[in-house]
Design a binder for this molecule. Sequence first.
Ligand SMILES: [Zn+2]
Length: 54
Amino acid sequence: MLIRFCMVTAYCVKCRSKREIKNPKETKLKNGRPAVKGKCPKCSTNVFRIGKME
Ligand SMILES: [Zn+2]
């Protein structure tokens, strides 16, 4: 089964669940891998996900 992410989601440690990333921004890790960072729309905690935006 192919899993596609239509939204950019990340795990929020405060909500203890997956949330859509608010204001997602692409970034890169030190090892050059792409990542997306942003904020949880509910509690404004910084959330982070490894991978590209799409
Ligand atoms: Zn949250």
